[in-house]
Design a protein around this ligand. Structure first.
Ligand code: APR
Length: 258
């Protein structure tokens, strides 16, 4: 048992050293994160066994426009529950490590996230490419009328426009909806032009986001997956670190000159 622990720790140590060297060598590092990077802040993931959101709720009901139109109060309350949940949590050491390194090394990192929890932004990351939108923001469900005022809707579940009855909805990307065009274009460019992509805390189950790792691989970037479990992107990984991201990211980005 002890030997196994020693072997494991030396394997991890050499993994950390290897990837630190790759970060040092990379002119530009793209980072693609998923729900796993917020797991150690206490935010549920989607597909992790019984604790994930999709083990308790149906994505087509809770994360699609059709599901919202079918039962707006039910779905609105779920997003309000998630908003209350993330209001109670803090960014973890992984979020902070990414933000601090990017701040110390301007223009050497592009942070792309599938997460809507805003924890990267709260940790100090700038210009985060939020592929799936932001949970803390709302937008109108239908085309807005002249009276539709995002800052002053009539309270309700969901809030609405008193003039046209338009409903507010969370400003997140639901299944079947397009990602924000300009955000996607920047993410795709970063995936094509980086020398290293870190894929952190994502199952790689959802496209087009997961495809960014394949673009990086195809354009000769090194791809490193940080995930305690296997993912659907493992086949494009040059290296995998099977540890929790809040432990790994500070080790990869700690202050030694990189
Ligand atoms: N550190 C790193 N990875 C972790 C950790 C951790 N501490 N804990 C869990 N993980 C990994 C899991 O092993 C899993 O592979 O995080 C991944 C989370 O996968 P999902 O729950 O599928 O989340 P994600 O990949 O972000 O989902 C993508 O699907 O439902 C949509 O819009 C939603 O943005 C989301 C998208």
């Amino acid at each position: 048992m002890v030997q196994a622990l020693i072997d494991n720790s030396s394997t991890w140590a050499s993994s950390i050293a290897t990837v630190r060297q790759w970060i040092h060598e990379a002119q530009h590092v793209a980072v693609l994160t998923g729900a796993g990077v917020s797991a150690e802040s206490g935010v549920p993931t989607f597909r992790d066994d019984t604790r994930g959101y999709w083990a308790k709720f149906k994505p087509e009901e809770m994360a699609s426009e059709a599901g919202y139109r079918k039962d707006p109060p039910h779905v609105w309350r779920w997003y309000e529950h998630r908003r209350a949940q993330i209001a109670r949590v803090q960014p973890n050491a992984g979020h902070l490590a990414l933000a601090q390194w990017a701040h110390q090394h301007p223009d050497r990192m592009t942070l792309i996230t599938q997460n809507v929890d805003g924890l990267h932004q709260q940790a100090g990351s700038r210009d985060v490419l939020s592929l799936h939108g932001e949970l803390r923001k709302n937008r109108w469900l239908n085309r807005r009328c002249a009276e539709c005022d995002l800052d002053n809707p009539t309270p309700g579940e969901p809030p609405y426009c008193p003039a046209c009855g338009n409903l507010l909805r969370p400003a997140v990307v639901w299944f079947g909806e397009s990602l924000p065009g300009a955000t996607w274009a920047k993410a795709e460019q970063a995936a094509e032009e980086c020398q290293l992509m870190l894929v952190v805390g994502t199952s790689g189950a959802v496209y087009p986001a997961a495809g960014l790792a394949k673009i990086a691989h195809r354009t000769d970037s090194r791809v490193v997956i940080i995930n305690p479990h296997t993912s659907e992107l493992d086949s494009v990984a040059d290296h995998r670190i099977t540890m929790p991201s809040a432990q790994v990211l500070p080790l990869l980005f700690s202050s030694l000159e990189l």
